[in-house]
Design a protein around this ligand. Structure first.
Ligand code: ARG
Length: 460
């Protein structure tokens, strides 16, 4: 058996069970790029500070580039007995270039190394998620553009509430996604500080330049406190919180579209390209992708909870528990990326069924609140209007008709102030024309929202 990089004081080697249990190479090899990037910056700094020769630095950098090439060509052999990505790469470098490699770990610990690698990885992940959020926003705006003037029932408590423009509803998702991206950007600003040089926990007596490595790796600055730098994972908690909120938003979209694709609603038809069938029921066409968007939100939330519990009560500074931080983060990022991509594809492959929606519109007295506003405009206090319209609705329910079917005499039997101009307020089409407040579903307001997003998302 090869002597471990840390093997000096040991007389016996670890058992196979312990080796298998403690390894992280099976998943942290995903950090190889960041690890190599960090090592190159570290070697350059050591040379500049006189802690290694320029020749050794060049040998190390060339060796690391060769290892990166091998990894990407699938030629690199990852070894469980070398525990993790950091020691796999360092040991392979020693195999490759010999003595100079032994200087690379000067003024560095795996504790600051892993924190650095992970921050770099999360920074890239955040950029990737934000670009997918933007793609979904664009898909939603384009869907809105294809469905101008389409009025749909708006719901509260999943009961018919007021008419809204479909565009208005679609843009509600765009707004939510914008805040999701904003949370990630806020998180990115805090992720982007450099732990490298914090060493095990206390820093070092060697004359390193932490500002140089921080700069070389594109960080804002080195972290101020070495103990904090190696021991906190709040940056991943933040990333996973942001992902969880995005996942919750997407799960609502999933639920809504699954519901709308049902026979009972029939408002929306996904194309075959985004539907799947049943192995037994030949007639089935299911909106599985959006069901899975809804479903995968569970693991994104679970990943956050795992990490919160992992970090709770950990004493300072580094603890091996922290090795458990990677898989939930990888899982969360993979899931959220998939959810965003598939939601965008789904949005590009659905059509709204104008006829079905139009047929459904008259039911549910969606214009009742507009009628109450009519009475307010005539000078009736709102509470009184609410009551009058409530009694008008009760009349409709007993007659099995809509508000616009009531005659002026019938309306006047409830209140004398009703005049024939009331019919300009009744029916969904009339009702929706009356909305005018900022942010409302009135067509001018929605057109303004659309213009805002077309410009903001550079849609041509
Ligand atoms: N593989 C470890 C992790 O992912 C880093 C190594 C730190 N190990 C140590 N014994 N100090 O956190």
């Amino acid at each position: 058996k090869e002597v471990k990089l840390w093997g000096g004081r040991f007389e016996e080697s670890v058992t196979d069970a312990v080796e298998k249990f403690t390894e992280s190479i099976s998943f942290d090899k995903a950090l190889y790029k960041q690890d190599i990037m960090g090592s190159k910056a570290h070697a350059s700094m050591l040379a500049k500070q006189g802690l290694m020769s320029d020749i050794d630095r060049d040998t190390i950098i060339k060796g690391l580039e060769e290892i990166e090439r091998q990894i990407e060509a699938g030629e690199f052999v990852w070894r469980t007995d070398r525990e993790d990505v950091h020691m796999n790469i360092e040991a392979a470098l020693t195999d490759l270039v010999g003595e100079p490699a032994k200087k690379l770990h000067t003024a560095r610990s795996r504790n600051d190394q892993v924190a650095t690698d992970f921050r770099l990885w999360c920074r890239d992940a955040i950029d990737g998620i934000i670009s997918r959020i933007k793609n979904l926003q664009i898909a939603m705006v384009e869907l809105a553009l294809q469905n101008e003037d389409l009025i749909v029932p708006g719901y509260t408590h999943l009961q018919r509430a007021q008419p809204v423009l479909l565009q208005h509803l679609l843009l509600a998702y765009v707004e939510q996604l914008e805040r999701d991206a904003g949370r990630l950007l806020d998180c990115r600003a805090r992720v982007n500080f450099c732990p490298l040089g914090a060493c095990a926990l206390a820093g070092t007596g060697l004359p390193i330049d932490r500002f140089m490595t921080s700069d070389a790796l594109g960080f804002t600055a080195p972290m101020r406190n070495s103990i904090d730098a190696v021991s906190d994972r709040d940056f991943v908690l933040e990333l996973l919180s942001a992902n969880s909120i995005t996942a919750v938003h997407l799960s609502r979209l999933g639920e809504e579209w699954v519901l709308w694709a049902s026979e009972e609603f029939g408002f929306l038809t996904p194309s075959d390209k985004v539907s799947t069938g049943s192995s037994i029921m030949p007639q089935k066409k299911n909106p599985d992708p959006m069901e899975l968007v809804r479903g995968k939100s569970a693991r994104v939330i679970g990943d956050l909870v795992s990490l919160l519990v992992l970090c709770k009560g950990l004493p300072h500074a580094y603890n091996r528990d922290l090795q458990e931080d990677k898989e939930p983060v990888f899982d969360s990022v993979k899931a959220i990326v998939g959810m965003l991509e598939v939601s965008a594809e789904f949005a590009q492959n659905v059509s709204f069924n104008r006829e079905r929606i139009q047929k459904a519109l008259p039911a549910g007295h969606l214009d009742a609140t507009t009628l109450a506003d009519y009475l307010v405009k005539k000078g009736i206090p709102f509470r009184t209007s609410h009551d009058i319209v409530g009694r008008s609705v009760a009349l409709c329910v007993s007659r099995n008709c809509e508000l616009q079917d009531l005659s002026l005499d019938e309306l006047n039997s409830l209140h004398p102030i009703f005049d024939k101009d009331v019919y300009e307020y009744l029916g969904v089409e009339n009702s929706i024309k009356k909305f005018r407040s900022y942010g409302s579903t009135g067509s001018a307001c929605v057109a303004g929202q659309l213009d805002y997003w077309i410009d903001k998302l550079s849609i041509s």
